[in-house]
Design a protein around this ligand. Structure first.
Ligand code: URA
Ligand code: SF4
Length: 178
């Protein structure tokens, strides 16, 4: 299935209750031939308004962090595990994650990235089913794909100690990946 077809299905999706409160679903965007996919948790308010991933405060922080390493966000395919904004920015439920995960899996199958950069606990548990604290800062191979796990940019943005580790993680990731 093409990326466009997946996006279309996401925009029409009513599989979980989040469709009722969304303004726009946020399927993800970027390079369809990306070697690296970046996967976060869920759209926030700005993302819901614009229908684009990582365009709010945390998104700007992420974009700037990538630029520190000479990377432009357009090089990647960027998305989140949950495609519709959870009201009040609450954590998505297990059921919502279960309902939405097949879209991300389909995106991965279509793009066939070499590497997936996982941002935060929710994406970590959903994609590799491992405890965040045990795998953060590490490369993990699963089902023929390499994953690297780091903090979510909204946490990195808020807390200095996390920010330092986040930048260290990205440094390792891009050194290894090139
Ligand atoms: N956080 C995410 O995980 N995804 C977005 O698109 C924005 C913020
Ligand atoms: Fe569908 Fe995912 Fe949106 Fe729920 S969050 S309505 S499963 S696209």
């Amino acid at each position: 299935m093409s990326i466009e077809e997946i996006s279309k299905r996401i925009k029409e999706c009513k599989k979980c209750g989040l469709w009722k409160t969304r303004n726009n679903a946020v399927p993800g965007e970027g390079n369809k031939n990306a070697k690296i996919m970046i996967i976060g948790q869920a759209p926030g308010k700005q993302e819901d308004i614009l229908g684009r991933p990582f365009v709010g405060k945390a998104g700007k922080f992420l974009t700037q962090a990538l630029e520190k390493f000479g990377k432009k966000r357009e090089e990647f395919f960027i998305t989140s595990i949950i495609k519709c904004f959870p009201p009040y920015n609450r954590k998505p439920s297990k059921k919502e994650i279960e309902n939405c995960l097949p879209y991300t899996i389909q995106q991965i199958k279509t793009i066939k990235p070499k590497m997936i950069l996982i941002l935060g606990e929710i994406a970590c548990e959903a994609l590799i089913n491992k405890k965040f604290s045990e795998v953060r800062g590490k490369f993990i191979a699963k089902d023929g794909i390499k994953f690297f796990v780091t903090f979510h940019p909204s946490a990195a943005m808020r807390f200095k100690r996390i920010r330092e580790k986040f930048i260290q993680d990205l440094d390792l990731f891009f050194k290894f990946y090139g």
